[in-house]
Design a protein. Structure first.
Ligand code: NAP
Length: 288
């Protein structure tokens, strides 16, 4: 029950109405019987400064950050974790006596299902499709896992060059090569992990795949296909990968695990991951 003492959490973004975060966080808060509520907080880009002043005034305890604020939020924070500095973006903010602090839990979310596989990542070459915000968290995650070589594939040579350059001053050493899509046939036969970070295949373009079956056929038999998209489930990309008998990982677990890591920071106690996972699966109609 919400009372006068209930503490406030939320998610800022624009648009925010499709965010699944309120579903999983409120399910977790209810399960933990904590006096908190997690709200969608629509904030236009031009209103971020006044929103931050308002959040301090109403004693918001913490919040998730989504598009378009993940980079813009950084100047408003008194401290940013090394992992968020490496990614160049913040997705989780919490209040302290000395001001707002920020981190990025997308990396933890991304690596969680990979760690569960008990694989030797020190021999694993990775191909990342796309060079946007999520690709940055994936680069950091693969580097943390110990992957010796990360290949990033994009369609715009200038953006690829900027992406490559951006790691020169990062607080971690990244072994990264960039490629255009037409170079994929040269690198696919050596990849242990192929990650889609583009929106290709996302609802409503559910019949699209970033790679066709003939390209996915070039992967080694032991390769893992990972799609950051969580609706539809499975995506066309993961359907093709499964037909090839590859291990297929969808984006829901990343969403759950990045949320669980954020909730652990805000509430200072372990998050009920299974409750969060099931609340989303039910909300999406994947289970009764
Ligand atoms: P973003 O910053 O906009 O990056 C998207 C990337 O995909 C860009 O590099 C873009 O290329 C590329 N791209 C888009 N359309 C393309 C096309 N038709 N052909 C080739 N490349 C294309 O977005 P983001 O924040 O990284 O998110 C990307 C995806 O990851 C989304 O589907 C999002 O839902 C998902 N995601 C999932 C989670 C999770 O928890 N599961 C977390 C974060 C993101 P250009 O740069 O050339 O435009």
């Amino acid at each position: 029950m919400i009372t006068g003492k209930t503490k406030l959490l939320g998610v800022i973004g624009h648009p925010i109405e499709h965010s699944l975060s309120p579903v999983m966080h409120n399910a977790a808060i209810t399960d933990l019987e904590m006096d908190y509520v997690y709200l969608p907080l629509p904030v236009q880009p031009a209103d971020l400064a006044s929103a931050m002043t308002g959040f301090a005034a109403i004693e918001l305890q913490g919040f998730s950050v989504t598009i378009p604020h993940k980079q813009a939020i950084i100047p408003f924070l008194t401290a940013v974790s090394p992992i968020a500095q490496a990614v160049g973006a913040v997705n989780t903010v919490w209040r302290t006596e000395s001001g707002w602090r920020g981190t990025n839990t997308d990396v933890e979310g991304f690596v969680a299902p990979l760690k569960a596989l008990d694989h030797d990542w020190t021999q694993a070459e990775v191909i990342i499709l796309g060079n946007g915000g999520a690709a940055r968290a994936v680069v950091v995650g693969c580097t943390q896992l110990g992957c010796p070589q990360v290949h990033v594939v994009g369609r715009d040579p200038q953006k690829l060059e900027q992406f490559q350059q951006s790691w020169n001053h990062a607080p971690l050493s990244v072994n990264l090569q960039t490629h255009l899509w037409q170079q994929l046939p040269e690198i696919l036969p050596h990849a242990a992990l192929l990650v889609n970070t583009t929106p290709i295949g996302m609802y409503p373009q559910v019949n699209d795949s970033p790679l066709a079956a003939d390209a996915i056929a070039l992967l080694p038999d032991h390769a893992i296909a990972y799609d950051l998209i969580y609706t539809p489930n499975p995506t066309q990309f993961l359907q093709i990968a499964s037909q090839r008998q590859l291990v297929a990982i969808d984006g829901l677990e990343m969403l759950v695990q990045q949320g669980a890591a954020a909730l652990t920071i805000w509430l200072q106690q372990p998050a009920p991951v299974e409750i969060m996972r099931r609340s989303l699966r039910r909300h999406l109609g994947w289970e009764p």
